[in-house]
Design a protein around this ligand. Structure first.
Ligand code: SDX
Length: 394
């Protein structure tokens, strides 16, 4: 089993888990959801259909998809008391701080779907999380700008509803651009699940203690916020802006190679992929499409990103260490072109990944042994010693 660690006293513990949801072949740069490759799902499917696939294991029939979409659409509203929860935050709070707080608080508002021993409550909690995340994330965005909340509408699709809740204002109607909605939906799909990454492992660990679903997903969102994980798309765009022009790229590549310099190329490298992240390939193509749509031509940030990728991939250091662009390398460029500030990049990642967290949470609960994820340690601290009174200490 992967992740088997043998400790000195002959102690063996496994910190792996078996899963049927997502498979990554790091050497090939392949990502499968229930056996279907991500590039085909990104091209031919849509986010809610991928949600169904991740949750239930098979692509839905037309009738199953209609029923699932109806249930998600009709759970997109938040308990109206929750808006007072939002209003308790400072206006300049990072949207992730608000989102993690609100997600954790959901167990206080939806306590009728917190009993993890009841399969029906588990199902309701799953639908509620997927349905309400666009509203939570959009309201965190609106609140951070001092703008009124926009309520979801049932006549819009999942991505279009989110865009409207983010960019509409009461003073004028917002027409959802279908190409923008398609690009948004594709970003959701590409971030939906990714095997046992740090945030998903956090959710599994929390769920193995029997914590309620909203608490488990909030724990995952808190972990995703880290700059080495879900925060990397924000960090990558800041890096591309700092580089500024293609003539400065060699300076930053040299820094990334310098062992004494803590600088790393954000959006590059991966714990598992030792080939190009297949999601990065789709996002690179999508970046051109979205920027053209937004009338943004010769975007300097995209030019720097493409030239940086080219020079890094030609550099023996990155080739030898098998460092390639990951999902975060181009996603920030697209989201910025769509009108989102960098502070909204990780929240959109969390929105997309909620179905992955929920699917893995349900799978962890279905584990008959409910193995408590409790990795052992290799103790290297002080040996046994008796207490020393303060008068006798040196
Ligand atoms: C995500 O796991 C997931 O699935 C996560 C994710 C998901 O969808 O959930 O894919 C999302 O988190 C993608 C990763 C986003 N993070 C970044 O882009 C931040 C920059 N990347 C790194 O911090 C780093 O690449 C990690 C943390 C992602 C992986 O680090 P590792 O495990 O150290 O990578 P590695 O073992 O492959 O590194 C090999 C070598 C090391 O040098 P040596 O110790 O061998 O001398 O390459 C170096 C690393 O120091 N290295 C880099 C580098 N990433 C690794 N050097 C320069 N720039 C980089 N980006």
């Amino acid at each position: 089993k992967a992740g088997v660690f043998t400790h000195d006293p002959g102690f063996t513990s496994t910190s792996s888990c078996e899963s049927t949801i997502t498979f990554i072949d790091g050497e090939k740069g392949q990502l499968l959801h229930r056996g279907y490759p991500i590039d085909q799902l990104a091209a031919k499917s849509h986010y809610l259909e991928v949600c169904y696939l991740l949750l239930y294991g098979e692509l839905p029939t037309a009738a199953q998809m209609e029923d699932f979409e109806y249930r998600v659409t009709h759970h997109s509203m938040l308990h109206d008391q929750m808006q007072y929860f939002f209003r308790g935050f400072r206006r300049d709070a990072h949207p992730m701080a608000i989102i993690v707080g609100v997600m954790g608080a959901m167990s206080a508002f939806y306590h009728d779907s917190t009993d993890i021993t009841d399969p029906w409550q588990r199902e309701v909690a799953s639908i509620r999380m997927i349905a309400k995340m666009p509203t939570i994330v959009a309201w965190a965005f609106k609140y951070s700008m001092g703008m009124p909340f926009i309520y979801p509408r049932n006549d819009l699709d999942y991505a279009g509803n989110f865009l409207r809740m983010c960019f509409a204002v009461p003073a004028e109607e917002y027409e959802v651009d279908p190409i923008l909605a398609r690009a948004m939906d594709r970003i959701f799909t590409l971030h939906a699940d990714h095997e046992q990454n740090a945030s998903t492992s956090t959710v599994r660990l929390a769920s193995s203690s029997g914590a309620n679903p909203f608490a488990c997903i909030a724990a995952g969102a808190a972990c995703l916020w880290g700059p080495a994980h879900g925060g990397a798309n924000e960090a990558c765009l800041m890096m591309l802006r700092e580089i500024g022009t293609v003539d400065r790229i060699p300076e930053f590549i040299a820094r990334a190679k310098d062992k004494d310099d803590p600088f790393r190329l954000m959006g590059f490298g991966h714990r598992v992929y030792k080939n190009v992240d297949p999601r990065a390939k789709v996002l690179k193509a999508s970046a051109d499409e979205v920027l053209d749509l937004m009338g943004i031509h010769n975007n300097p940030t995209l030019q720097v990103a493409k030239e940086l990728e080219k020079q890094a991939l030609e550099d023996p250091y990155f080739a030898e260490k098998k460092l390639f662009p990951n999902v975060d390398f181009y996603s920030g460029i697209i989201l910025e072109a769509m009108g989102f500030p960098t502070s909204m990049f990780t929240p959109i990642f969390a929105l997309s990944r909620t179905v992955g967290w929920i699917s893995q949470w349900k799978e962890q609960l279905s584990d008959p042994e409910h193995k408590i994820g409790r990795p052992r340690q290799l103790y290297t601290g002080a040996p046994y010693r008796d207490y020393v009174e303060v008068e006798e200490r040196g």
